[in-house]
Design a protein around this ligand. Structure first.
Ligand code: HEM
Length: 141
């Protein structure tokens, strides 16, 4: 039963993490449509900070801790599907870090990416999540 509770917790926080990763670039798009220095911009800075602090950062930690506990439980470290999953999750974690850094830059008024680029980069977590779920459910190799 413990293993199943671990897995349930893992999937619940995966959902929170993915939700946050989908929302943040969207926030950036609307943020960048606001006039620099306006009250509306200040509101987006506050929303982005809260999304990172309350949802994204706690979720990535819990997903990793429960995921590694699951992996340890089933000896996944020697299995091919898990190696590929780990690579994709490391890329997703790097994406998380890049978005968190972009939020800081945006709060300083640095608008490095266009709205179009932000919409495009928002595809990354979707593609990664689809590949990860196929790997872990089917374990093809
Ligand atoms: C952060 C590092 C992660 C590690 C170390 C990890 C590891 C694992 C392990 C070992 C299992 C158990 C597999 C089994 O019982 O058959 C598992 C289950 C699962 N993981 Fe992860 N995972 C991570 C992140 C993610 C992410 C980012 C997603 C989705 C985007 C995800 C989706 C799932 C799903 C859907 C299951 C349930 C699979 C099943 O019951 O067949 N995991 N994970």
């Amino acid at each position: 039963m413990t293993y199943l509770w671990l897995k349930a917790g893992h999937i619940i926080f995966v959902i929170f993490w993915m939700a946050g990763l989908f929302m943040l670039p969207r926030y950036f798009v609307y943020h960048q449509e606001a006039a620099p220095g306006s009250p509306e911009e200040a509101q987006w800075i506050d929303r982005e900070r809260k999304l990172l602090k309350i949802i994204l950062n706690p979720s990535i930690v819990v997903v990793w801790v429960l995921g590694l506990l699951l992996a340890w439980n089933i000896g996944a470290f020697s299995q091919g599907w898990f190696h590929f999953k780990l690579l994709l999750v490391l890329l997703l974690s790097a994406y998380h870090g890049y978005m968190a850094a972009y939020a800081k830059k945006l709060a300083r008024g640095e608008r490095g990416m266009s709205g179009k680029q932000l919409r495009l980069i928002n595809e990354v977590p979707g593609i990664a999540a689809a590949l990860i779920v196929v790997l872990v459910v089917l374990k093809p190799f």
